[in-house]
Design a protein around this ligand. Structure first.
Ligand code: GJV
Length: 510
């Protein structure tokens, strides 16, 4: 195999244990089962490591592995940490940015308004729970458009304090009760008739807020009560993505008249092993009609089902073109409580108004020409991360069956994508900001030690004396990313002496 990838970062392979099963993809990735012992030879990126199992070498997702040596220490750390990243997750909903984005999304917000409006007669005197109410918009729609007996608006983030004010300001405090806290820990005086929530994330499941909704359903929804959304589906379509391909891959063919193609394998790993979030696909780029690959029935879905969700697809290519990848999005359906009332659908696909979720693009390693009449069939597996409970990997497997005998298009492929929001490459560096006698300056440190699950960075600070550390950020591909505002606040109080070693605990997985 490729000898340039062999040899660990420090020359010595690291022994690791698999935390969970992994379905490898084709020739490039290793498949393994939980508890397998792997030898890690190199860590070309923080997501994908180069490892060996039973004499076979391939890529493995780093987050599925636990180094053997660090087992004990790591277990302690893992217990202390929050695999849900709630501190950071709810902090992000404590500011207005995301609420503004969600409220500005007309398709989303109007869909919920429509649901309440068209069911207003049935909602009369009902008890409603609005899980993750944010600024309380759905609860306010309920109070304004219908006459429920009470709406429990549950919100864990600090925005709840303002939601209370908004309820009062809009004269809804007789109906809407804001309860600040995680839904999992919230006590209600009664069971509810309706559980409404806007929990859907990228690729439907990302963030896994749906788990909170299912737990609330099992605890608080009365028998025969209603779930909104009542069902949801993940849709997929094979597509062209010419301009994204040109921007990230074809670019290396001839920049400034030079041949940079040796960088293409790197580009493929860096840009195409994660899906592209916030992609907007034009209907003309779809190579076939989309199909629903996974459907969730919100009445019967169980938390355990979320660990691994499988789906099948069969697409008939409707027009010739270049198959660059698959695009995914979701739809959510709200059943009507009125007799003969229509179901409301929230559709985030290319044939509807764009929403703030946009769509998610999964690029193939290399594009394939396909022709009208060809078929693309295969399967998808959404595998929830065994450690980071809000994250997942998506494995796509597909065959192209050519309708033209003369073309050599019949091939089987498999590819796994990680859905993490931030990647720290091994060559990233850390910026430390210091305050010395009132002036701020910064120092750039090489990425010294980073232990993945412990999220601790160890930095020697030999050249420094008596400075206050203000905050730090991590540079990822020249993009500066503030990692942890609360880490920063904590660190303002720390006095650093020359020769100290600084250990920084991150609140964000990298
Ligand atoms: N308990 C209470 N509030 C929550 C919970 C929970 N378990 N989970 C999320 N939220 N569609 N992906 C809140 C969160 O703070 C935010 O205000 C809102 O629900 C998320 C709604 C949109 N996110 C999404």
């Amino acid at each position: 195999m490729q000898s340039d990838k062999e040899g660990g970062d420090d020359g010595c392979p690291e022994e690791c244990i698999a935390l969970s099963d992994f379905t490898g993809s084709g020739s490039d990735q290793l498949a393994f089962t939980s508890e397998d012992k792997l030898l890690v030879h190199a860590k070309p990126s923080s997501d994908w490591w180069w490892a060996e199992l039973h004499g076979v070498i391939g890529y493995v997702p780093a987050s599925y592995l636990r180094p053997v040596g660090a087992a004990k220490e790591r277990d302690e750390e893992t217990c202390l940490e929050d695999p849900w990243q709630d501190e950071e997750y709810f902090a992000s909903y404590g500011t207005l940015r995301l609420h503004l984005e969600m409220l500005s999304d007309k398709s989303r917000t109007e869909a919920y308004r429509q649901v309440i409006f068209t069911n207003s007669a049935s909602l009369r005197n009902k008890v409603v729970m609005d899980l993750g109410c944010g600024t309380g918009i759905i609860s306010l729609f309920c109070a304004q458009l219908s006459q429920p007996s009470v709406v429990y608006a549950v919100e864990a983030s600090s925005i709840a304090e303002y939601t209370r004010q908004l309820v009062k300001q809009n004269d809804c405090e007789e109906v809407v009760t804001v309860l600040q806290g995680r839904a999992e820990e919230t006590e209600l005086p009664v069971q509810v008739d309706v559980l409404v929530s806007e929990w859907m994330g990228t690729c439907l499941l990302f963030e896994f807020m749906v788990e909170s909704v299912l737990l609330a359903r099992d605890r608080w929804l009365r028998k025969g009560g209603v779930m909104w959304p009542s069902s949801a589906a993940l849709a997929l379509v094979p597509c062209q993505a010419e301009s994204y391909y040109a921007e990230k891959m074809a670019f290396w063919e001839q920049p400034y008249g030079l041949d940079f193609t040796p960088l293409q394998p790197l580009a493929q790993r860096e840009f195409f092993t994660k899906p592209k979030f916030s992609h907007l696909i034009d209907p003309s780029e779809c190579l076939s009609a989309p199909c629903d690959i996974i459907t969730l029935d919100m009445y019967t879905l169980q938390v355990e089902d979320l660990e691994e969700m499988k789906g099948q697809f069969h697409f008939c290519v409707e027009r010739s073109g270049v198959f660059h990848g698959f695009t995914a999005w979701f739809t959510a359906h709200f059943e009507s409580l009125e007799t003969e009332g229509a179901t409301v659908e929230l559709n985030t696909g290319p044939n509807s108004e764009p929403t703030h979720w946009k769509q998610t693009l999964f690029m193939l390693d290399s594009p394939v020409s396909v022709y009208e009449g060809d078929s693309i069939s295969g399967s998808i597996v959404l595998h929830r991360n065994p450690i980071w409970r809000r994250h997942m990997t998506v494995t796509l497997q597909w065959n192209i069956n050519s309708s033209k005998e003369e073309t050599d298009n019949c091939q089987a492929n498999i590819k796994t994508f990680t859905l993490f929001t931030l990647t720290l490459m091994n060559n990233s560096s850390i910026m430390l900001f210091f305050n010395h006698c009132g002036s701020i300056f910064f120092m750039q440190c090489d990425f010294v030690t980073y232990m993945r699950r412990q999220r601790v960075l160890t930095l020697p600070l030999e050249s420094l004396d008596f400075f206050f550390l203000c905050f730090f950020c991590i540079c990822v591909h020249r993009l500066e990313q503030r990692v942890s505002p609360c880490g920063g606040e904590r660190l303002t109080k720390c006095l650093i002496n020359g020769g100290d070693q600084l250990k920084i605990s991150l609140t964000h997985p990298l």
